[in-house]
Design a protein around this ligand. Structure first.
Ligand SMILES: [Zn+2]
Length: 179
């Protein structure tokens, strides 16, 4: 039996996007901003993980082990990091630590590397695809098309925070096999 809820996480110790799908459709979403930006990442990671645990726990109709919930989290790419700059390795370390904490929240959390759910797709393309699939999501502000420096073409101004869009993309990709 498929779980009723899919909870997808785009891990970050500062702006952690989350999205809940209920029976395969977007249901709720949001962003977790733990403590203050200056706090140590271990403290922030702990607070983010606690918030995600609460989201999962509030949804569950059952006691442990959350039989009606599938938690899905992105994890950092485990290969092909040759292009990373040294200053980015600190960010990868923090993300890995947080992703490990999230992974441990349920007994069968699914971990997806970026490559597995979005390949090389730019954020703008993912947003455009999700907006076609889920037209009710507030992905854009209005319909007036303006030039986008990110994807070098015209589309309406982004609305929903990109960390939340990533979480929605992760849930969609998990349920549908890709974005
Ligand atoms: Zn764009």
């Amino acid at each position: 039996m498929k779980p009723t809820y899919t909870v997808a996480i785009d891990p970050s110790v500062d702006n952690c996007g989350w999205a809940i799908f209920k029976k395969g459709k977007p249901f709720k979403y949001g962003i977790i901003h733990p403590g203050t930006k200056k706090d140590h990442y271990l403290k922030k990671a702990g607070e983010v993980a606690k918030s995600i645990f609460r989201i999962v726990d509030d949804l569950s109709e059952y006691e442990y082990p959350f039989d009606d919930i599938q938690l899905v989290t992105e994890i950092p790419q485990s290969f092909g990091n040759a292009g990373f700059l040294a200053r980015e390795s600190g960010a990868i370390l923090k993300l890995s630590f947080l992703a490990g904490m999230i992974y441990n929240i349920t007994p069968r959390t699914k971990a997806l590397e970026p490559q597995q759910w979005k390949a090389q797709l730019p954020k703008c393309v993912i947003r455009a695809r999700l907006s076609r699939i889920y037209p009710k999501l507030p992905l854009y502000k209005g319909t007036k098309r303006v030039y986008c420096v990110d994807c070098k073409h015209e589309h309406p101004i982004h609305d929903l925070d990109h960390n939340i869009v990533d979480a929605i993309g992760i849930a969609h990709a998990y349920l549908s096999g890709g974005v």
